[in-house]
Design a protein around this ligand. Sequence first.
Ligand code: PEP
Ligand code: MN
Length: 301
Amino acid sequence: MAACDRPRGGDHDRGVALAETGADATPSIPSGIPCDDDHGFRVGRFTIGREFVIIAGPCAVESESQLLATARAVRDAGAHMLRGGAFKPRTSPRSFQGLGEAGLELLRNARAATGLPIVTEVMDARQLDAVLSCADILQVGSRNMQNFTLLKELGRVDRPVLLKRGMSATLEEWLGAAEYILDGGNSRVVLCERGIRTFGSTTRNTLDLAIVPLAKQRSGLPVIVDPSHATGRPDLILPMSLAAAAAGADGLLIEVHEDPPHALCDREQQITPAALGEVVRQVTELLVHLTRNDPQVPPPS
Ligand code: PEP
Ligand code: MN
């Protein structure tokens, strides 16, 4: 498969530096130096696969004030990119479905206000043009991992794709889905482990950390971890973020809300910006420790 033609080796070497945060931070990789495929790809001033990238923000875009407040707070807490769903795949049709195109407009405004690149979900090929007008990375949700029509369309676009693992997808199925995008000519795919369904019921899903180094070895693609959907519990975000970083993940996708108890979607699992700040601080410390011989690793912001 195309993805397997690009192995990155054992990949337990921590060649991943924490991306710099803050408007005045000096990027660890000078801008203008292109990265080859073996070392990731650029999104804004970050290089996914080479720098450890923290993507944070609400499950759903709910309102202008909610998004802007959360966007500023996650930026100040050290996040590198803003996530937020405008189109939401919900189990019940009576649950909040997202603001749709109005939500995309709010995301565009949040990017202008904060400078953070935007990660947002596209659920259907018919939404693609609208989502492309706003997203720096197109997220494909678990429920759509095998929406082959959508994956083929994403192979034709000039935008990175964050491909979440399906609810109970095997490694083969996940990489097969990635291959649909790669085969179309879009090589900028990042995989996202977000937990799978198992017999265990103590957490929302079961975080499968072993798949992180395996998926990297097999595909050569960057792999990030979403501890929010994997655990469904705010108190597990910090330990699982540390575990993901130690397991070789290339970044994190974390749900953050300025007022979690009043979130319209996934309120049980969203953390506060202050809690995110602690995740960034401890993950940075861990990465500095793991890569202590690498002078490129910047200090926490
Ligand atoms: C999300 O990221 O908000 C989401 C719906 O995630 P998943 O597709 O992993 O369930
Ligand atoms: Mn969610």
